[in-house]
Write a protein that binds this ligand. Structure first.
Ligand code: SAH
Ligand code: SF4
Ligand code: F3S
Length: 439
């Protein structure tokens, strides 16, 4: 009988894509995906460490596995991902949870089948973390969650070292995949019927800078837009300091490249942006937004914002709020600053209480919700092309899909519409989703 596996993934799309590869490798070994954690013969936790609460979730979940492991001694437990890439964390974890069988980091995830095999044969736990990134390993099998849309990583790592961020420490320096490998993967996806791809990288605008071949992100996008069968091309994340005019032109020229840009601002205060080492001022960010809106009229702009960076004043928060009102973000991920050991900001003096941070955070959320609702209200009675992704999350008898700008729409339809573009009229709106009917 086939053995079962269960993967729990925390963190960003990078981790989701890595989990799809872990899944692909396990299927190649003859394993089958399990819906329930309790039924699995191997459980993998793919961890994130971008904020403290991401780590706390891992600890909580590992605590729950202790009893399961006692009941099923043959169960194998593996922990990997960004949190484990820090060797001090891996050591701490194995001391606290000695029943964990395999620990590996982000740079050696491709070696997982070897570790699993060794762990089963030798009946001992394995901790292996590569301290430096290696060359990109191509050709790893991928088991994708969706049959309509797929992630394609175009580059790994980050060179920016924003002072709050742990990512460059756990994902290494920037490494771009060759255009040939990327195009081959997308051609293959198109032939399998995938309709939407999302190109992934911590900073897609610096794609190609490390390659001998002369290629920019804008030129890569233009080549991908010529692939038949793919209807929509998304990408994330764009760093405001590196977003070129060329890229704006390519987006406005190609209908398959969606008119949506995720452009994390982090703060609306130049003072804080400087302390964050973001490489742009409030004014430069706003100028960039105006330029984008001029050239791509219906563009949707989404963002990430951190509240409570060390030394943040009331004035800084007001700057962030006023910037949000000026840009009218279509959606925003908001975070309370979390101190990360090893980063530059870890040592910054912070005299703002948690209570004040939460108060500021709640004010910002309220403003963002109002902006989002008002943006959505403009869609009421409008007609949109929706790429149907599958059953709706809250009500499986309905369907869900997205507009080109990335807005989530729930509506009634039939299963054969999944994977197709359908015309939907918006009949009602919420702050974070739309409701519609098929035309
Ligand atoms: N490369 C992307 C994503 C980085 S992580 C980018 O540059 O935007 C995703 C988001 O997490 C960041 O944009 C930032 O808003 C947030 N983040 C990163 N480190 C954080 C920290 N220490 N505390 C709170 N939020 C953080
Ligand atoms: Fe982190 Fe900044 Fe790199 Fe994004 S650009 S991953 S926020 S260091
Ligand atoms: Fe992503 Fe978290 Fe790692 S945000 S890159 S999974 S630290």
């Amino acid at each position: 009988m086939n053995k079962l596996y269960f993967i729990e993934t925390w963190g960003c799309q990078m981790n989701e894509e890595d989990s799809e590869k872990l899944s692909g490798m396990l299927i190649n070994l003859g394993y089958i995906s399990s819906k329930k954690r309790e039924d699995a013969d191997i459980i993998i936790f793919n961890t994130c460490c971008v904020r403290e609460n991401a780590e706390l979730k891992v600890y909580g979940n590992l605590g729950e596995l202790k009893a399961l492991k006692r009941k099923k001694p043959d169960l194998k437990i593996a922990v990997c991902g960004c949190m484990m890439q820090q060797s001090s964390m891996a050591q701490k974890l194995i001391k606290r949870y000695p029943f964990v069988d395999i620990i590996f980091g982000t740079h050696n995830a491709y070696k997982f089948p070897e570790y699993l095999n060794r762990c089963i044969q030798e009946e001992k736990s394995i901790i292996e973390i590569f301290h430096k990134e290696e060359k990109i390993v191509e050709g790893i099998p991928v088991d994708r969650l969706s049959s309509v849309k797929a992630f394609v990583t175009i580059m790994y790592g980050c060179n920016n070292f924003c002072t709050y961020c742990i990512v460059p420490f756990v994902r290494g320096r920037e490494r771009s995949r060759t255009p040939k490998n990327i195009i081959n993967e997308i051609n293959d996806l198109a032939s399998k019927g995938y309709k939407e791809i999302t190109l992934l990288g911590q900073n897609v605008n610096s794609y190609g800078k490390d390659l001998s071949e002369k290629v920019s992100f804008a030129s890569l996008l233009e080549t991908i837009a010529q692939i038949d069968g793919i209807l929509r091309i998304r990408f994330m994340t764009s760093h405001p300091k590196d977003l070129t005019d060329d890229l704006i032109d390519v987006i406005s020229r190609n209908s398959k490249i969606v008119n949506q840009i995720h452009l994390p601002v982090q703060s609306g205060s130049t003072n804080i942006l400087k302390k964050m080492n973001r490489g742009y001022t409030r004014e430069q960010y706003l100028n960039l937004i105006h330029k984008i809106k001029d050239k791509i009229p219906d563009v949707a702009i989404t963002t990430d914002i951190i509240i409570g960076f060390p030394g943040e004043t009331e004035e800084d928060v007001l700057d962030t709020i006023s910037l949000c009102i000026e840009v009218k973000f279509d959606s925003a991920f908001t975070f309370i600053y979390s101190k990360r050991e090893g980063t530059v900001a870890y040592n910054y003096h912070d005299d703002v209480s948690d209570e004040i941070k939460h108060y500021r955070f709640n004010r910002l959320i309220k403003v963002l919700d109002e902006i989002s609702l008002s943006n959505n209200e403009k869609c009421l009675n409008g007609e949109f092309d929706i790429l149907v992704e599958g059953p709706s999350k809250n009500d499986e008898s309905r369907l869900m899909g997205r507009t080109e700008g990335g807005k989530l729409v729930n509506f009634s339809g039939t299963e054969d519409m999944i994977g197709k573009l359908v015309k939907v009229k918006i009949t009602d709106v919420r702050a974070h989703s739309l409701i519609g009917e098929i035309l």
